[in-house]
Ligand binder design. Structure first.
Ligand code: GLN
Length: 426
């Protein structure tokens, strides 16, 4: 059986492909020349399973999506008190590049440009040279992505040639002793940070690292403390979408960060990271098709953070028993998107050739809408692959057993599948 998640992601892309509003960022030629039709999405579970659809290998500059990660690095290196000395944690309700500082001259949060420039200056110590700071950032972002990332020198150079606004922010910050470097050097390392090249899979994995309490889920590398991730995600949820942050949390409910190259990253704590790419932007500088794709991810996959239908529990596969022609997979706990993802991933790896497969949901108290849909699609795919399928559901938890092809999954008695074989899960 092949897990249907890449197909679901592909469907989301097709649903937003006709959305051709918005314009690519035009303030530098490198971004103005971007192909407006590129479109991609990727998702990474907190266990490190990565799925994608569309132009997933297309690289682009990370831009403002770097900001929460650099904030996390500053918290990790210096602790909250030192970081709070230079930047607040309140939503600004203003555009990302607003020429504003808070009442005490600190930028109000680390995700607007003023705050991001101030935070960048903390990395590797305030006395660090620009070169050493940039090297530290390259190494850190490469660890987060789990591969060596490069910097788009063309983007970095032209950002610098069109940086009057960011330079004015840096001058204000230096005037009020928030930063030590001169304005040009401060903007030099900030634009370097924004010019790191990534693809959507990198962003999904980086985001899943935040979701996973700082352990990169693919490499297993422990990069950040769980407390740092919690703080970063909290700030992302209130400030990540700038002047649209409140409406975003209400409508989409996935802490997120956008970048002007067209990337959009979202994190569900404890569950997963997700990212989209499409370069046409709305007036707030957020990807038009990315925003639409996130709305679908939130509604169709049940990923709204405030959803009361989103409990996460123990591993959803309690055990698996099998002999030559039977397999029974015993599930447990509430089945939502993340639980169903884990089940489908395991099923994909099992060797179930032409045997009778039953999913035992007698220990499953509930399935949410997306969990039910995904489990049923897994069963349909198993049957398509030549298996006979059934569910063991003595309490009728799977209220609707009709599959997408109109057939109904048969019920089985636990006795019919009684196997004395050994339990193959650890
Ligand atoms: N490099 C861009 C800037 O500083 C990043 C802004 C963004 O992605 N929103 O203006």
């Amino acid at each position: 059986m092949k897990t249907p998640i890449p197909y679901y992601l592909g469907q989301i892309l097709e649903s937003v492909r006709d959305e051709d509003g918005g314009e690519v960022a035009e303030y530098i030629p490198e971004l103005a020349n971007a192909d407006p039709d590129k479109l991609a999405v990727a998702l990474c579970s907190s266990t490190g399973h990565v799925y994608s659809a569309g132009d997933a290998e297309h690289e682009f500059s990370i831009q403002s999506i770097s900001k929460p990660f650099v904030y996390a690095l500053a918290l990790q290196e210096l602790g909250l008190d030192a970081v709070r000395d230079v930047v607040g944690m309140e939503p600004s309700g203003e555009a990302f590049n607003e020429l504003s500082l808070g009442r005490d001259y600190r930028p109000v949060n680390p995700l607007i440009n003023a705050g991001a420039i101030a935070v960048n200056q903390l990395i590797n110590g305030v006395d660090s040279s620009v070169e050493d700071r940039n090297a530290r950032l390259n190494e850190y972002f490469s660890r987060l992505a789990g591969r060596d990332l490069s910097v788009d020198a063309g983007v970095a150079d032209s950002e610098l040639n069109h940086a009057d606004r960011n330079l004015s922010l840096a001058h204000m910050l230096r005037n009020y002793d928030i930063i030590k470097d001169d304005a040009h050097d401060a903007v030099l390392s900030y634009t370097h940070q924004c010019a790191i090249r990534v693809d959507v899979r990198d962003l999904a994995v980086m985001s899943a690292t935040l979701a996973n309490g700082g352990r990169q889920p693919v490499t297993g590398d422990k990069i950040l403390d769980a407390d740092v991730c919690r703080l970063t995600l909290a700030v992302m949820s209130s400030c990540g979408m700038y002047d649209g942050a409140g409406r975003w949390m209400a409508e989409v409910g996935i802490p997120a960060k956008s970048g002007v190259a067209g990337g959009l990253l979202g994190t569900l704590p404890g569950q997963l990271g997700v990212a989209t790419f499409s370069p046409r932007l709305n007036e707030s500088g957020n990807s038009v098709r990315g925003v639409e794709a996130f709305k679908l991810l939130s509604s169709d996959m049940g990923l709204h953070l405030m959803s009361t239908d989103n409990r996460v529990g123990t591993h959803p596969i309690r055990s698996k028993e099998e002999d030559e022609d039977h397999a029974v997979i015993h599930l447990q706990g509430h089945i939502n998107f993340s639980a169903a993802e884990a089940i489908l991933y395991e099923l994909q790896g099992y060797d179930l050739d032409a045997c009778r497969v039953a999913l035992d949901i007698s220990q499953v108290p509930s399935l949410n809408r997306v969990g039910r849909r995904m489990l049923k699609e897994g069963l349909r795919r198993l049957r398509e692959g030549g298996n006979e399928i059934a569910v063991i559901d003595p309490d009728g938890t799977l209220t609707d057993r009709e599959l997408s092809d109109g057939t109904v999954v048969p019920l089985a008695d636990a006795e019919d599948y009684h196997i004395n074989g050994e339990d193959v899960r650890d």
